[in-house]
Structure formats: structure tokens, C-alpha cells
Design a protein. Structure first.
Length: 139
């Protein structure tokens, strides 16, 4: 049972780093779930979700680092918008790519669980030049 959305998110990324399908599936809610991988189709429901992660983990662990989280939390839900830095070894050496990611968590009697993971390719400059609101008045 995850007592905070941050704890659930930490388990999500640990499951990716260790290619642990069991841990990955424990992060997801019992209700309807949706996952969109970069450049992939929308995956809806537990069976489809498990199948997709099983295919991804067949290639081994994923070197992923969540960066610059922006978190909006209410009593029963938490939305995390962040950048994922994914590193892969290729014949040309180590390559790094970035994804803009949204993770949504709901609180239930069984704790905080993920209901949505949506990642899309981000430009290599992501994070350096992200636009953010700046207050007009300094206090």
C-alpha cells in the first residue's frame, strides 16, 4: 500500500529500472487505467497494460530518471508533470532522450495508485527552456 502519491511514483520508476512486472502492476489502480508510451498506442485496461509492460521489460531494465516534477495534489488525486530522462546503450554509445510525462494518481481505500501514465517525446532542450509563468509583481 502506497501512503503518498510520491511513494507510488517512486515504485513506478523503480519497477522500470529493475524490469519488475509484479511491482509495476502493484502501482496501478484497480479501476480503469490508461497508459500511453512515446509514439505508441493508447493502452486501456489491466490486461493490455500488463502485456505492454511485459513486452517492454523483455528488453531488460530501463535507465530512467524523473526530473523537474511539478505536482498538483488534492484530497483524492495528484497530477505529476515531469521530464523523464531515458538512457540507452547503442552501438554508437550511450544515447539520452527526454520525454514530457504526466502521471495521475488517485487515492482509494488501498492507498495511492496510478491511473494514467502518458509520455511523449520532448526536445533535447527540454528543461532548459521550458516556459513558466512568472509573477508580474515581486513580493
Amino acid at each position: 500500500m502506497f501512503t503518498t502519491p510520491e511513494e507510488a511514483e517512486q515504485a513506478f520508476y523503480e519497477a522500470m529500472r529493475t524490469a519488475d512486472l509484479g511491482m509495476m502492476m502493484r502501482v496501478w489502480a484497480d479501476e480503469e487505467v490508461i497508459c500511453v508510451h512515446p509514439g505508441g498506442l493508447r493502452t486501456v485496461g489491466h490486461d493490455a497494460l500488463q502485456s505492454t509492460w511485459q513486452q517492454i521489460f523483455a528488453s531488460g531494465p530501463i535507465q530512467v530518471m524523473p526530473l523537474q516534477p511539478m505536482i498538483i495534489t488534492s484530497v483524492m488525486s495528484s497530477v505529476h508533470v515531469l521530464i523523464e530522462q531515458i538512457t540507452v546503450d547503442t552501438p554508437q554509445g550511450r544515447q539520452t532522450s527526454l520525454c514530457y510525462t504526466t502521471n495521475v494518481f488517485h487515492k482509494s481505500p488501498s492507498g495511492w495508485k496510478m491511473i494514467l501514465h502518458h509520455a511523449s517525446q520532448a526536445p533535447q532542450e527540454a528543461g532548459l527552456f521550458d516556459l513558466q509563468d512568472r509573477p508580474d509583481t515581486l513580493h
